[in-house]
Every structure is written in structure tokens, then in C-alpha cells.
Design a protein around this ligand. Sequence first.
Ligand code: BJW
Length: 252
Amino acid sequence: MSETKELLDPQQVQTARAWVAAARDIFVLTGAGISAESGVPTFRDALTGLWARYDPEELASAAAYRRHPGMVWKWYQHRREMVAAAQPNPGHAALAELAGRKTLTLVTQNVDGLHQRAGSQDVVELHGSLFADKWLDGCGRCDIATAVPGEPPRCGTCGAMLRPGVVWFGEDLPRVARFRAEQAAQHCDLCLVVGTSGLVYPAAALPGIAKDEGARVIVINPQPSALDETADLVLRAPAGACLPLLVRQDGA
Ligand code: BJW
């Protein structure tokens, strides 16, 4: 048995498993922590997070992109390559398995596509995707004419830059994804919050919506998070070790 499993309180695991088994409609909100065991850095972990060395506002806003397009484009290229080389972990796999047996809406803040690669279908991506570029202020007839190494490709017609298809600070979330996430939070009877610091809105408001509508809330995170106080149960463990225990059907 791994060290993590020994650290987990068996009574708490038992309770969480019973809640999962009894749930009719599960809403899952994931964040960067679920991909940590795949080797993808989180954003805010003190030593290993992507932003331990950078000011997020310098990298994750349209204004930052306009100021430093080459630097930001290269940073996203680096992350695309890192994520493409990573593999889904048992936490991603457990959620995909659970969705095969339960009514479950999987809402992720992640842009890495690892849930889909683990077999989850119909993932609600609140913050877009690393793998779907779009035009920044394009003319509507954009095509790529120039691709200078280390610089964003530009439209040959209007000169607009391609940008990563992610949601930066100050930008609206995709309308349909946000609507679906809010609906799922309102109608669930169990909300699993996995691997998020709970600092970024509107995503961080979703577990509170579920709670207000009467759902139980379980937080899975090895560290304290801003959503702990919303939770009925906090499992202080890495997602890849913890989620398979909650989803397993045998009596062990
Ligand atoms: C593990 C683990 C393991 C480690 N297992 N766990 C209301 C109040 C205040 C501010 C606002 C508000 N409403 C809107 C705002 C403004 C802003 C905001 O929230 N700011 C706050 C930071 C103050 N929000 C926005 O701008 C959003 N847009 C919006 O609301 O539009 C309308 C509007 C605009 C302006 C004003 C008002 C309204 C857009 C937010 C877009 C977020 N984009 C990013 C970058 C995406 C692109 C990219 O990837 O580069 O999304 S920011 C970054 O944070 C990324 C993440 O999805 C997001 C959340 O981070 P996450 O996933 O929680 O990661 P971490 O690193 O924070 O935490 C990891 C956790 O995992 C930790 O807790 C670890 O302990 C844990 N962990 N190992 C389980 N093995």
C-alpha cells in the first residue's frame, strides 16, 4: 500500500465512497492538480508551479500577449510540447470510468486535453484548450501568411496574430461551457472538486452553487484550498491515488 493510502483516513474514504455510490448526478470540477501526477506543472504551487517564477498577469492576459507576443507564444509552444508528451494518470482514468456508470458532468479548468485522452467524453472546458489557436482581432478572412520561428503566425490579409485558444484574465469564458457548468452545479447531488486552488472565478463559484442547491461537496487536494470551507469532506491526498479508491466498486 502506498504512503498516500496509509495517510488517508479509512473512515473518510469509506464515507466518500458511499456518497459516490449513492449519488444520482455528479458534478466534477477539476483544476491543474489532477494533471500534476502526469508531470504537468500546476500554476500556483510554491516551488513547482508555472507561476512560481513569473507574474501571471505577464503571461496570461491579452495585454501581455500584445506586449510580448514572441515570449508568450514560445511559452505556450513549450507547454503544448510538454503536455503532448505527458500521459493521463489514474485520477483522469477513474473519472472516465465513473462517467460510464453514473450521470456525471466533467467540468475542467485545464487546457491540457488529458481528460479526453483518458477516455472522458463531452468534457466541458471552461478555460479553452492549448490545442485550438484562434485569431487576435482578426479580420474575419484570416489566413496564415507568415510564420517566423519564435513569433506568432500572422494573417497575410490584416496582420492579426494567432493566439492560443485559452481564456486569459479579463476575458469571458466560452458562453456554452459556462452555462453547462452552472446548470450541472445546480442540478447535481454530489460535487467533486479535484486539484484546484479555488482562486479563479467564475469557476471557483461553482462548488458553492452546488452546495447552496443541497449537494454534498468533496474536495480532493493534498494542500489547503480556498474551497475547503465549502466542502462537507476534504480528502487531503493526491488525486491519482485518491480518485481510484472512491470509484472502485469492490468492497476493499
Ligand atoms: C493537487 C495535486 C495532486 C497539486 N492532486 N491536487 C470575482 C472575484 C474576484 C475576481 C474575479 C471575479 N470574477 C472574475 C474575476 C477576475 C478573474 C479572477 O478570477 N481573478 C482572481 C485570480 C482574483 N477571472 C477572470 O478574469 C475570468 N474571466 C472573467 O471572469 O470574465 C468576466 C470578468 C472579467 C474581469 C472582471 C470581472 C469579470 C477568466 C479567468 C481565466 C483563467 N485563466 C487561467 C489561464 C489559462 C491559460 C493558460 O493555461 O495559460 O486558467 S489562470 C489559471 O488559473 C488557469 C487555471 O485554469 C486557473 C485555475 O488554476 P488551478 O487549476 O486551480 O491551479 P492552481 O495552480 O491554482 O492550483 C492547483 C491545485 O492543485 C493546488 O491547490 C494544489 O494543492 C493542488 N494539487 N498536486 C490533487 N496530485
